[in-house]
Design a protein around this ligand. Structure first.
Ligand code: THU
Length: 129
């Protein structure tokens, strides 16, 4: 799947976001080495800290399905009812992605493609323990 197709899927998935508090909706699409794609949205909660970001929703679905090898993730987010904007993965999501993905994971955003290593340099991972 091409990068623009993965981003388009993230944008479509964004429509399912549950964001009644922030009104900021995010969709993610995670491409696995198997070729399968898992999607996720942000799911907010009245207890704000219980909110789950779109990237982690997608990753957790993939891991629960037995996937362990990841190629790329596309993230599309913006104010509800508006076109996708300059949404970038939050720090927690970068850390959770780094648990499972190599630094060369492609992170596809509206402004172009980055790598996880660029977004989370000097990451703390299992090799440090
Ligand atoms: N959000 C994500 O889903 N992914 C990110 O990487 C950035 C933030 C969500 C969390 C919350 O529901 C809303 O965007 C505003 O922070």
């Amino acid at each position: 799947m091409q990068h623009h197709e993965l981003f388009a899927l993230a944008e479509r998935t964004r429509e399912n976001a549950y964001a009644p508090y922030s009104h900021y909706t995010v969709g993610a699409a995670l491409l696995c080495a198997s070729g399968k794609v898992y999607t996720g949205v942000n799911i907010e909660n009245a207890s704000f800290g219980a909110t789950n970001c779109a990237e982690r929703t997608a990753l957790f679905s993939a891991v629960a399905a037995g996937e362990r090898d990841f190629v790329a993730i596309a993230v599309a987010g913006g104010r509800q009812g508006e076109a996708s904007g300059d949404c970038t993965p939050c720090g927690i999501c970068r850390q959770v992605l780094a648990e499972f993905a190599d630094p060369d994971l492609a992170v596809i955003l509206k402004d172009g493609t980055h790598t996880l290593g660029e977004l989370l340099p000097l990451s703390f991972t299992e090799s440090k323990l």
